[in-house]
Design a protein around this ligand. Structure first.
Ligand SMILES: [Zn+2]
Length: 201
């Protein structure tokens, strides 16, 4: 499967996580040790590309592209283990946090060994472009909405909150190159109540 030593993106020690097959969602990332709430678990690194040059039509799922700036996005190396392997859940135990333009994944609550690490993909509300929508959710949480798309209400609330984070200083990057790892990362990310309001936790 994946060679764990190729990992550059996880910020927790290699003995704290493992990539495994899930029952119905392909691969997933699982905790091997307890992870405390607020712990940054990964930096979503990859190649910096111009968003307008990305062919969304060809990429049926379109779930790997991550926002960096209004013109640039991150596309991860799919051959290496990284946060792109986290599956979507309507009741995720991780959330995203923008730090110097980088998208960090962090634990939204204490996570027990054996639990799958999950995130909300925070997709924009479903519209007519999503016919035969491939973004159906099978997270099986009690509050599963059946789709990875957010409701209009929740999406707008999230966008408004994100606008503030986007205004923070962005670390250096070059188009066509990999986004370099930051020299340091926050030790703990404060849990803002908005995260649980937008998820269905
Ligand atoms: Zn769900």
């Amino acid at each position: 499967m994946y060679n764990q030593h190729l990992n550059k993106m996880f910020l927790i020690a290699n003995d704290h996580w493992a990539v495994k097959k899930t029952k119905n969602k392909g691969l997933g990332v699982f905790a091997k040790k307890k992870i405390e709430a607020g712990t940054p678990i990964a930096d979503y690194l990859g190649k910096v590309i111009k968003t307008e040059e990305y062919d969304l039509e060809k990429d049926k799922k379109g779930l790997f592209l991550m926002y960096l700036t209004d013109v640039g996005s991150i596309y991860p190396d799919l051959g290496k283990p990284g946060p792109h392997l986290l599956n979507h859940s309507c009741s995720p135990n991780n959330w995203i946090y923008t730090h110097r333009g980088h998208t960090l994944f962090f634990a939204l609550r204490d996570i027990k060994p054996g639990e799958e690490l999950t995130i909300s993909y925070l997709l924009s509300p479903k519209d007519e472009t999503c016919k035969n929508c491939p973004h159906k959710c099978s997270c099986q949480s009690l509050n599963c909405t059946g789709t990875m798309h957010l409701s209009k209400d929740k999406y707008e609330k999230w966008q408004k909150f994100q606008e503030k984070q986007k205004k923070t200083k962005i670390s250096k990057y070059k188009f066509g190159k990999n986004l370099p790892k930051l020299k340091s990362y926050p030790k703990n990310i404060p849990i803002n109540p908005i995260y649980t309001q937008i998820s269905n936790n």
